[in-house]
Design a protein around this ligand. Structure first.
Ligand code: AMP
Ligand code: ZN
Length: 113
């Protein structure tokens, strides 16, 4: 847990969020500034600054499977969705707690900007 990390504070419920999943390992909530009709962030409870800090593949595996489960619940599994992990400056990461974006409910263009 990092004292001043925004997403750690959401995990501790010091900052409100629209939670859609809570387990021993992961938490998921709606993005405050959604870029698609469905935009959910899936994060590990244990603080990690970015993908660069992960050594256990299960951490990322859990984020992906939670996202797929939420996609089914949100009704976008068949139409499709995109999962994204932005890392550091060039990746466009703005919050330094590892998070996986689940985006869906509209067509996603490729390549990303
Ligand atoms: P990234 O730019 O990949 O680091 O993604 C960070 C995401 O966190 C952005 O999509 C923000 O809109 C989102 N965000 C920032 N603050 C909050 C918050 N308090 N609750 C929910 N989502 C947030
Ligand atoms: Zn954190």
């Amino acid at each position: 847990m990092a004292a001043d990390c925004l997403f750690c504070r959401i995990i501790r419920k010091e900052i409100p969020a629209k939670l859609v999943h809570e387990s021993d390992e992961c938490v998921a909530f709606h993005d405050i500034d959604p870029k698609a009709p469905v935009h959910v962030l899936v994060i590990p409870r244990e603080h990690a600054g970015s993908l660069n800090d992960i050594s256990d593949p299960a951490v990322v595996g859990r984020l992906a499977l939670v996202a797929a489960d939420i996609a089914r619940r949100e009704g976008i599994a068949e139409s499709g969705y995109r999962t994204v992990i932005n890392t550091n400056r060039d990746g466009g990461q703005t919050v330094s707690h590892l998070h996986l974006h689940l985006l869906g409910g509209r067509h996603m263009s490729w390549p990303p900007g």
